[in-house]
Write a protein that binds this ligand. Structure first.
Ligand code: UD1
Length: 360
């Protein structure tokens, strides 16, 4: 079996693609996998037994019309340039995890008649996946309800793959590995895979309000961490932290953006969350957050209303009400927690390849 996996480089696209590549290689060690992406995460991740290729990305959302036009032209040229490369690798199918990086290889694969499976991470369909859905044989979705813009006959509900260890680490193990003691009220704050200046600044203003019962674990991205005076709570910060399973294990509450992977990690771990959707990218994070709020785990705070006082009041309410007054839809939550998205996607890929082999 020969599989080509393509994805954008941010955590929300990259990690689900990585889960599939690693699982496939584990179950089918004889298979040939090629993984195409870009960015720091991709560069810094070792992929054992899997071929890696860095390809450029030409974004065409949220920019002036002329820049958008140039990006589209560059994408078309790139897709032509990739044809010999794909012909040489001869994939049985292409699995796409979306973002701008995926568009050109999907066009090339379509021209070559290679079956395309595309995965949509978010509740609302993004533009690039909308484009790719035209070429794809199947569109795999993360949330149980499909975006009405998707062609119904192509949609398969698989769930969203998240790293296997998330939700499986015990508190004691996390404490030992991190050299940290969980406190009565432990909060994990981060702004998606890129970090968020707005969330960072609000957390820094919030910290002096929190007492000794609180441990705040904060992932800041590349922003410089200022000196914070008058701290009573414990505060630990990281620029980026790979083993998120450890941090989730310690936390009682997550404060974050609402990218799809973050939302599914919260579902898997069953943590309470305060979600601050990223207002860019056509507000698509808002719909992920609404889903989590309806499930009963999340409380949405829109960025234009965000302040340290508002966060403080919600945090106190969450800890002091101590789960009273919380309407979690446990039936739905348990159903979602049981979904093995990685297995579902690997199974679908196997079926497509087997069928293709029988036909040819
Ligand atoms: C600004 C933007 O357009 N962001 C999009 C991007 O976000 P982004 O890449 O931030 O999205 P997600 O929240 O889906 O994923 C972040 C991932 O990074 C991991 N993580 C984060 C910080 C850290 O230190 N270590 C770490 O491992 C998280 O555990 C998670 O697995 O892709 C998502 C999935 O398509 C979309 O929903 C988001 O809207």
């Amino acid at each position: 079996m020969r599989i080509l996996i393509v994805t954008s480089g941010t955590g929300g696209h990259f990690y689900p693609a990585l889960c599939i590549a690693e699982k496939f290689k584990k179950i089918h060690p004889e298979s040939k996998l090629s993984f195409w992406s870009q960015g720091l995460l991709f560069k810094n991740t070792m992929l054992e037994g899997i071929e890696k290729k860095e390809i450029p990305s030409y974004p065409f959302v949220g920019m002036p019309k002329i820049a958008q036009f140039l990006s589209i032209i560059k994408t078309i040229f790139l897709s032509l340039k990739l044809i010999p490369e794909i012909t040489r690798f001869k994939p049985d199918c292409l699995v796409s995890f979306g973002g701008h990086t995926s568009v050109a290889p999907c066009i090339s694969a379509y021209i070559l008649g290679i079956p395309i499976l595309s995965h949509e991470q978010n509740y609302k369909l993004g533009l690039t996946n909308y484009l790719v859905s035209r070429f794809a044989k199947f569109i795999m979705i993360s949330f149980p309800k499909a975006d009405p813009k998707l062609p119904e006959n192509k949609v398969v509900f698989t769930g969203l793959p998240i790293r296997e260890d998330i939700g499986k680490v015990e508190v004691e193990e996390a404490e030992k590995k991190l050299g940290l003691k969980k406190l009565e009220r432990t909060i994990l704050c981060f702004g998606g895979s890129q970090g968020s200046e707005v969330i960072n600044k609000t957390i820094w203003s919030l910290l002096p309000k929190l007492d000794e019962k609180y441990l705040v674990i904060h992932i800041t991205g590349n922003q410089f961490v200022p000196q914070i005076r008058g701290l009573k709570c414990q505060y630990v910060n990281f620029k980026y932290f790979k083993e998120m399973s450890l941090l989730y294990a310690l936390s009682d509450l997550v404060i974050s953006r609402s990218g799809a992977s973050t939302v599914f990690e919260i579902i898997k771990t069953g943590k309470r969350a305060i979600l601050i959707p990223y207002p860019g990218a056509k507000s698509h994070q808002k719909y992920n957050a609404i889903y989590l709020e309806k499930l009963g785990l999340g409380k949405i705070v829109f960025q234009n209303t965000l302040s340290e006082n508002l966060l403080y009041n919600i945090i106190r309410e969450i800890f002091e009400l101590n789960n009273k007054n919380v309407n979690v839809n446990y039936n739905e939550l348990l159903k979602l927690q049981k979904i093995d998205a990685t297995k579902n996607i690997v199974g679908l890929v196997e079926k497509i390849i087997e069928r293709k082999m029988i036909i040819s």
